[in-house]
Design a protein around this ligand. Structure first.
Ligand code: UDP
Length: 422
């Protein structure tokens, strides 16, 4: 049965706007995931509406991306940036606006795929009001996250309750790695249905430009030894570990050594504070001359940065998946990553890069040094990395798996209805 074309899917991402520029404020992997999944599903014939919160009065309320895929921004709370730990109080309003939109547009959504716990709540409440199949992707699990932070926010208890409820009631949970599934089972609940479908990346976009061309484009020398980080400025990302690793690298003093720390932040905001802290550590270790902070890296330049790098470092304390790792790998750049979460799934130590214990600057330094000091092995790891992404993490492959899951859930539902009405 081909149920597509006629079926409308709602992807909900209350705090991660799929239409926004990535790298700014709290925008990161979730925004990329929702947008890519939405567009790829539309290509496969589904009608996809991605719902998010309007966060500025200058934003368009509807953004058309590709045929069959658009972002719809609903007014819930102030038309301004609100940190994610303060958004829950506006989720009721978000649901009301969503129901209003559905009624006014005359669209009937048969599937809702929610992202992050805030959206999980919206999806569960929506399901109380109409027949709907809910799928959920966590992006981050409170039960894991709170293990590695010093101050537990007030909202924690609510979040943990919602994360448990959605696991036990959604028609399907999409875990992005076996490690994430394991965390759900051991830390959240033994009930509920989980499928593993990883995140993906665009294997045509990353890996097109070679190292030398990329360096030319970015004004970097072919002689440079480039260590690259890109992502949000958030303590959980472990940028401090990377900087301290570079500070204790045995390549210190090599005039060709370069550390590029990419990712956006605006002064005075939360990300800005972490960036100031990191800049302070760079200064303390006297690494200013070899370190650059290019800020948010635009979409057109990102493939060149990954390709130009000799090694990409993902030093997160915790990472449910970690898109940056597979983007670097698709660009044939080896990855040195923390031995945690989804990174244990994407990065194969000694084959596509190296894994090191989180927060262990000495181990990161040793891993980075090993790769930078063996040119042939570095290239071999890069080829292994590219092959792994081609085989397992292309967006088209991932969207195909999601699409099949949606179809099977719709079929199961209609068979169920047929049996109960017979
Ligand atoms: N990103 C970007 N430009 C930047 C910083 C980040 O395009 O300046 C993108 C990056 O390419 C990746 C995403 O933001 O696709 C970060 O996703 P990841 O899963 O690594 O981390 P998260 O933000 O979800 O914690």
């Amino acid at each position: 049965m081909n149920t597509k074309n006629t079926q409308h899917i709602a992807l909900i991402s209350v705090h991660g706007d799929p239409a926004i520029e990535i790298g700014k404020e709290e925008a990161g992997g979730q925004n990329v995931y929702v947008r890519q999944v939405g567009e790829a599903l539309a290509k496969q014939g589904w009608q996809v509406d991605m719902f998010t919160r309007l966060s500025s009065s200058n934003q368009a309320t509807i953004v058309e991306h590709t045929p069959g895929c658009r972002t719809i921004r609903l007014t819930a709370g102030p038309k301004a940036f609100v940190p994610r730990q303060e958004i829950f109080e506006y989720c009721g309003e978000f649901l009301t606006e969503l129901l209003k939109f559905q009624e006014q547009s005359g669209i009937h959504y048969s599937i809702v795929h929610t992202n992050y716990w805030l959206s999980a709540w919206v999806g569960m409440e929506w399901k109380k009001r109409q027949s709907l199949i809910q799928l959920h992707t966590y992006h981050s699990l409170g039960a894991v996250k709170y293990e590695s932070v010093e101050t537990i926010p007030k909202i924690a208890a609510t979040r943990l309750d919602i994360e448990k409820a959605v696991l036990e009631t959604a028609e399907r949970i999409v875990a992005t790695s076996p490690q994430e599934q394991e965390h759900m089972r051991t830390l959240v609940s033994s009930k509920g249905d989980i499928d593993i479908i990883p995140c993906g990346t665009d294997i045509d976009r990353f890996g097109k430009i070679n190292r030398l061309e990329a360096r030319q484009k970015l004004g970097l020398s072919p002689e440079n030894k480039i260590i690259f980080y890109v992502g949000r400025f958030d303590q959980r990302k472990g940028i401090e570990t990377l900087v301290r690793a570079v500070g204790s690298s045995k390549l210190q003093g090599d005039p060709n050594l370069k550390l590029i720390i990419g990712g956006g932040s605006r002064p005075g905001e939360k990300d800005g504070m972490e960036r100031d802290r990191i800049e302070g550590i760079v200064a303390e270790l006297e690494l200013q001359t070899i370190t650059t902070f290019p800020g948010r890296i635009a979409d057109e330049l990102l493939p060149a940065y990954y390709a130009a790098a000799d090694v990409c470092v993902v030093p997160s304390h915790y990472e449910p998946f970690g898109l940056v790792a597979i983007e670097a790998m698709a660009s044939a750049t080896p990855v040195v990553a923390s031995d945690v979460g989804g990174l244990q799934f994407t990065v194969v130590s000694e084959e596509t890069g190296l894994l090191a214990p989180p927060k262990d600057a000495g181990a990161f330094a040793a891993a980075i040094d090993r790769i930078l000091s063996d040119h042939d092995w570095k290239n071999q790891l890069g080829l292994g990395a590219r092959a792994r992404v081609e085989n397992m993490f292309s967006w088209n492959g991932v969207a195909h798996q999601l699409s099949q899951l949606y179809e099977s859930l719709l079929e199961a539902k209609s068979e169920n209805l047929a049996t109960t009405s017979a």
